[in-house]
Design a protein. Structure first.
Length: 178
């Protein structure tokens, strides 16, 4: 009998003032709309399935990639939304370092090319199914204050359901940019 595999996702989680501001926005929107609370993040790789034995190999592959990527800046350029539960309302993200990260991770995690994350980097702020009018109202009443942050590490999260149970598994420090 094979060992149970858990589902993991590799994220960029904003820290400091930007992270706090976005977490407050997520919590506020969750409370107002009866939605789940979650850690603000940009997904680099999703659907990493690993048993406890395989997790060390996954961590080594992430560490190899992280060691090749220096810290970098990400800009949040505005809101967007879709009719999808996990991309209901989000902030668009961009930055040259983000593209480099996806390219480096692709060598270790082939599913990066199959996922939609690299084609539209984003940070969700509300999960669920909501009418467009509500999303437009949220955008109009919640202007972005802090729109740039520096990425110093990648965080591997255990992302088995439900959303409220997602938890940090490991962090991987990026070398300081010179």
């Amino acid at each position: 009998m094979s060992e149970k595999k858990d589902k993991y996702s590799l994220w960029i989680v904003p820290k400091g003032d930007t992270g706090e501001a976005i977490q407050k926005l997520i919590d506020k929107l969750a409370d107002e709309n009866h939605a789940p609370r979650f850690v603000p993040h940009i997904t680099l790789v999703a659907n990493i399935f690993a048993s406890s034995v395989e997790l060390e190999d996954v961590a080594n592959r992430i560490k190899r990639c992280a060691d090749q990527i220096g810290s970098f800046a990400i800009k949040l350029t505005g809101y967007g939304y879709m009719e999808e539960e996990f991309r209901s309302l989000y902030l668009l993200a961009e930055g040259e370092g983000l593209l480099i990260a996806y390219q480096n991770l692709l060598a270790q995690f082939p599913q990066v090319s199959d996922e939609h994350f690299q084609t539209m980097p984003h940070m969700s702020v509300l999960y669920g199914k909501y009418h467009q009018d509500l999303k437009d109202e949220i955008i109009a009443t919640n202007p972005l204050a802090l729109t740039e942050f520096v990425v110093n590490d990648f965080d591997l999260y255990l992302t088995n359901n439900p959303v409220e149970d997602w938890q940090l598994s490991q962090s991987f420090r990026l070398p300081s940019a010179t």
